[in-house]
Ligand binder design. Structure first.
Ligand code: FAD
Length: 314
């Protein structure tokens, strides 16, 4: 029954201050609290420990210091400085030099020029120590700006960054063409936000068909694309397309989110496909967590059970 709850409900609940306070109080407080299923922890130390365990099992990681939609240049500057710290902590820890960031975390809702400056600060520091920086894609209000900022930086020589393209957006075939023409690295996802029908496909079958089409273009003409999905049908389509075209396994990678389909994650790595796990961490985990619930409303029952258990504990 819960599977019928639309994404819109989770999107609405994500803006509830009361729910956020309740979740924040209980979601992370113990090693088995419910938010830990999808979030590696609130500190960089916890994220590095989770990343080490993943890498010991033969998979790679990208770390996301959670945060989005900051509303002042001061907050954007603080987020940028904490990312600079994350870069140096990861470099010291010796785990994969790969991070994922969101432009609204760097100030895109406040001022575009500040956002570009903040992104450049991160790319400069990251570039010096051999990091790759993935610019996550947010809601469709940010798609054009995100790609334009990326292209501007690419144009002045930044090569240690890549973007994300969402198969649910009607514009994405053109955007994949644009990114392939540059030689830029694309992560392909289905898309996690609630979008109107004018801009996005609404039916799963359409989103999946678009995903397969874009995957084929990326495998055929892209630069080390990342196929990021937990959907076995999309994964099989990718494997089949690659093997039918003689596309080597090491020319692309699969990616999945921390805590989701761990069985499939190790299976694919065991089959010899390069594999990266997206490891989110930080105190601002609530919106990310709500998107994960919205993708699979059945997760709600596990959260409710854990909440009841948590509230009974001292
Ligand atoms: C590495 C990575 C990075 C991403 N980056 C972005 C980004 O920058 N921008 C963006 O909009 N989206 C991003 N996403 C999210 C993505 O857009 C989808 O919302 C998400 O991956 C669910 O879609 P799916 O491809 O797994 O397929 P679905 O059809 O949604 O799910 C397929 C199957 O996967 C499993 N599954 C999927 N989600 C969950 C879940 N939450 N809990 C438990 N099981 C689940 C279920 O078994 C489900 O049947 C990212 C996803 C990944 C894997």
């Amino acid at each position: 029954m819960l599977d019928a709850v639309p994404k819109a409900v989770f999107s609405m609940l994500a803006s509830s201050g009361a729910l956020k306070r309740l979740a924040s109080r209980y979601g992370m407080r113990r090693s088995d609290s419910f938010a830990r299923r999808f979030i590696a922890g609130e500190t960089i130390e916890e994220a590095i420990a989770a990343a080490r365990a993943i890498e010991q099992a033969g998979l790679s990681v990208t770390l996301d210091h959670l945060g989005e939609s900051v509303s002042s240049t001061e907050a954007a500057d603080e987020a940028t400085r904490s990312y600079l710290d994350v870069v140096s902590r990861i470099a010291d820890a010796g785990i994969s030099r790969n991070i994922s960031i969101k432009l609204t975390q760097l100030g895109l809702d406040v001022d575009r020029a500040t956002t570009v400056d903040n992104l450049r600060r991160i790319l400069d520091a990251a570039g010096k120590v051999g990091f790759f920086v993935r610019i996550d894609m947010e809601g469709s209000a940010y798609t054009a700006q995100t790609l334009e900022i990326f292209e501007t930086l690419w144009g002045i020589g930044y090569r240690n960054a890549g973007v994300v393209i969402q198969s649910y957006l009607r514009r994405s075939a053109a955007d994949v063409g644009r990114m392939n023409a540059l030689g830029a690295r694309v992560r392909l996802v289905k898309g996690a936000y609630r979008e109107p029908r004018q801009v996005a496909f609404q039916q799963k079958a359409e989103v999946d068909a678009s995903f397969v089409e874009l995957m084929q273009v990326l495998l055929g003409h892209g630069t080390h694309p990342a196929i990021a999905t937990h959907d076995p049908a999309m994964i099989d389509a990718t494997k089949q397309y690659a093997s039918s075209r003689g596309i080597a396994k090491d020319t692309f990678e699969f990616q999945m989110l921390f805590g989701i389909r761990r069985d499939l994650q190790s299976q694919l790595a065991g089959e010899g496909y390069p594999f990266r796990v997206y490891v989110p961490f930080g105190r601002e985990w609530f919106p990310y967590f709500m998107r994960r619930l919205g993708e699979r409303p059945a997760n709600v029952s596990f959260v409710v059970k854990s909440l009841v258990r948590e509230r009974k504990r001292p």
